[in-house]
Structures are given as C-alpha cells and as structure tokens.
Design a protein around this ligand. Sequence first.
Ligand code: BES
Ligand code: MN
Ligand code: ZN
Length: 496
Amino acid sequence: MADLYQLREAPEEPLDCIYILQSTDSDPIDKLQFTAKERRPLKAKAEALGPRGEAGELISGECPLALAHRVTFVGVGDERELSHSKLREALGRVMRQATKNREYQIGLGVPVRVNGLTDAESRAFALLEASISDYTFDHFKSKKNEFEKIDGLHIMPLAGESEEVLEQRLQRVRLMRTAKQLARDLGNRPSNDLTPDALAAAVKTMTEEVKGLRVTVLGVKELQKEKMGGILGVSKGSIEEPRLIVIEHRPKKPKKSVVLVGKGVTFDSGGISIKPAAGMGWMKYDMCGAATVVGVMRAIAEMDLPIKIIGLIPAVENMPSGSATRPGDILTMANGKTVEVDNTDAEGRLILADALHFAARFNPDVVLDFATLTGACVVALGHEAAGIMGNDTALVESLRTLGEQTGERVWPLPLYDEYLGYLKSEWADIKNAGNRAGGVVTAGAFLKQFVPEKVSWAHLDIAGVAYHEKEHNGLPKGASGFGVVLVSSFLENLLS
Ligand code: BES
Ligand code: MN
Ligand code: ZN
C-alpha cells in the first residue's frame, strides 16, 4: 500500500496528480491550506473546469501549481448527507482513477466532513480509509498487480491544521492501517493455508514484529488439562489440531484489565450438521473474529497502551468425519457445565464458551468477544452493523457511540433471561441451539452462561460485516477488518 506523507510544500518532482474532494456546498480550495499565491490560479482553474461537487463527478485538468501535473476534482454530493460509506466510495474512486492513469505519486485533499462527526473524528476516518483503499489480496495470484499500485499518497493539510497535528493523525493512521490490513489478510487466507496451527504461527510472527506482546499456544494436551470440552469437541472431526492462542500485553502499571476473545474457526463446514454446498466456501471467513483480535493486539502494542490486554483465540476447524462430534452428543465444558450438541453447526459458541471461562484468570474488568456467530444476525441487520449484546448497558452504549464515529457500527440487541429457556435440554444443562426464533440472541444467551462473574461483557456478532461477498459501500470483496478501529479506539478511551 502507498506510503503516507503530508504535503506541505512543492515536492522536488511534481506529483502526478492532486485529487480534491468537493461537496456541492462550499469551495474546497478555501478549506485547504494554500498560500494566497497558490489559491488564485487554482481557483481560476476550478472556475474554468466547472466542477459542481455532485456525487460521482470526476473532473480533471492541468494543475496550475508547481505541485503537480494535474488536478482532479472529485464530487461527494451534499455534505449534510455525507456518510462514512459515501466518503469511502469517493476515496475508492480516487484510487481507482489514479491506478488507471498510472499515477504513482498523488496528492489528496479531503476538505469535507462526515455528517455528525467532529473534524477530528472525520479526519481520522477519511485518512485511514484513503490509505487502505488500494488494499488487495493477491498473495495467491501468480501475476501481481504491484506495478500499477500507487507509491506515495500525499495528504494536503486542511486550513488551520498544523504540521504537528497532521503528523500525529498520520502516525495513528499508519498503525491502524497495518493492523486492519493484517486482519484482512488473515481473513482472506484460505482454510488449507490458514489452519489453526498456521493461525498460531501468524500470531507469533506478528508478535515478533512489534514490542510488548507475548504469545502462548495451548495444544491438545493443554486443552485436555484445562478440560476444554467445547474446543476439543468441535475440532474432533478434523485432522487439524485445535489451538488456544493467548496473546498478552502486560504493561508495568496497568490502569485496567481487558480480555478480547475472537472466534477462530478456520473453516466451518457445519460438521455432521453439514451446510449446503452453495456458498460454503465463504466459511473460510469464520475466523474473522480472531483476525480482529490479532489486529487490535498489534495496534495497542504499537500504541503501548498502559492497559493489561489479553487476546484469546480458540482456533479450530469444524469438519464432518468418522471422529466428529454428533448431534445429540453431550460435551462437558471447561466450567463444568454440560452441553447437548443439538446442531454441530452451532460450533462457534462452543469454542467461545471455553475461552470466555478461561478469561477469568486474567481478572478482567471488561471482556469483549467477536464472532461470525449467526446467519440470523445477517438477516436482522444486513451488512450495515454488527449485533451487540452484553450485561452492561453503559459498555454497550459506549461501543455503539464509538461505532457511529469510526464507521464500524454496532447495534444493540436484548439478552432477556427468557431466551435461556429456548436452550433447555432434556439431557444436559443446556443445548447449543434453539429453533429459528431469536437466532442471534439465543447465541448471546448461551455465551452469557460462560462469562466470568462480575465482569462487564459484550458480545459482537460480526457475521454480516466481517467480510463481503462483493464490493460493499466501498469496502472490498472479502475480509473487511471490521472492529480493529472500533476496539482500538474503545481501549484508548478507557484511559480517559
Ligand atoms: N459461522 C456460522 C455463522 C455465519 C453464517 C457466519 C453466515 C457468516 C455468515 C455459524 O457457525 C453457524 O453456522 N451458525 C448457525 C447456528 C444455528 C445452527 C443455530 C446459523 O447461523 O445458522
Ligand atoms: Mn457453524
Ligand atoms: Zn461458524
């Protein structure tokens, strides 16, 4: 991906093109940091080209400044209706246009604000999206599209935005981008490449690249010792051994303690309760919750947050075979509860349950879990927000608010006690699946049974937002890296 710079003065070599986003409401040039000498010719040029800022507009001409060869105005429409999606789509158009024109060094001015956000919030979103909008996953392609890629992205300062402030913003963007890219890459890797053990190896590699993380991997023996019947039960049908990956960030004097749990099903065939063939390939994305946790751990280590943060990733492959767990089987979980496996396709909650119980030993104040848990969540919210449930309304509300800011939205769903009744088992303490009613919330109710006592907990069902089957709102096909920015911001905010 392109290197990020700030564009203060004319570079030695003129840029290939500067792109200026424009709404229908105001003059974009006034809102960017130009000297009076630059402003006049640029305005004259704009006048001559006559862009109106309408959504989808791309109007290009020779650049009158020494800065660049060309200038392109990119319309975003009415600024009062500018959403995260619309801005992301406009930024995507910039990168596509530059790639098509073989422009390698480009400038970017974003003098527009997402409706409802502060300048700082909008800036954080826009700069990150711009810097990640040329993301592609071509690891398995013989022919890379490397040479068409943009080398340098030069951000034009806003009027009044000091060099110091912009540099701080870019620094955070660089680190968030790397973390989000890592989450996408992990998500996009196919299941024969990213097995549970390979996921553990990828985490180890990541922790060697940054300071401040330690990783421990529990294998079959250790899982047996911990009596993790959920993780062992789900993985029984696969030749790939399960892992519990523990990533620890332990600063000297931590202000808080947080555990993040991510569902790491590297492939979900459904097991004996096998899924239909059509679309089954998408279940390579069933470890996106784990990917979010890995991305966040990377980001917070780089930020060196003074919070104890533990990432827990139960990693398994859910397969049917002669050794697989069957519907009707009863598993004894790490916390001693017994679970009747009514449907082997409700595997995520079984592995998360053991990991949630394991979280207790880190004395967390807050536990968050991330999982592509239910198709029902996709039915309820589509691809526009993750479902969020929990035992602490203030926690849920703070994540919802942050979701609106970061564009990684979450929407609350209830966890009424009555839902537990939907999971009554004749033979065991609880069964792992109800009937169709309340598919999202019964999964949440199940997890709640395994959450350590007296901790604030929230469960994020990311099934609809973790990956996309085709390009969506300017997000690429495949893994989105959902949650990395939301959760990193949440953790930063815990300090204030
Ligand atoms: N991984 C799936 C959920 C899923 C579905 C994620 C669609 C992304 C897109 C999960 O393990 C699953 O199969 N859930 C079942 C639960 C049911 C059997 C109670 C479901 O949602 O159908
Ligand atoms: Mn499943
Ligand atoms: Zn699954």
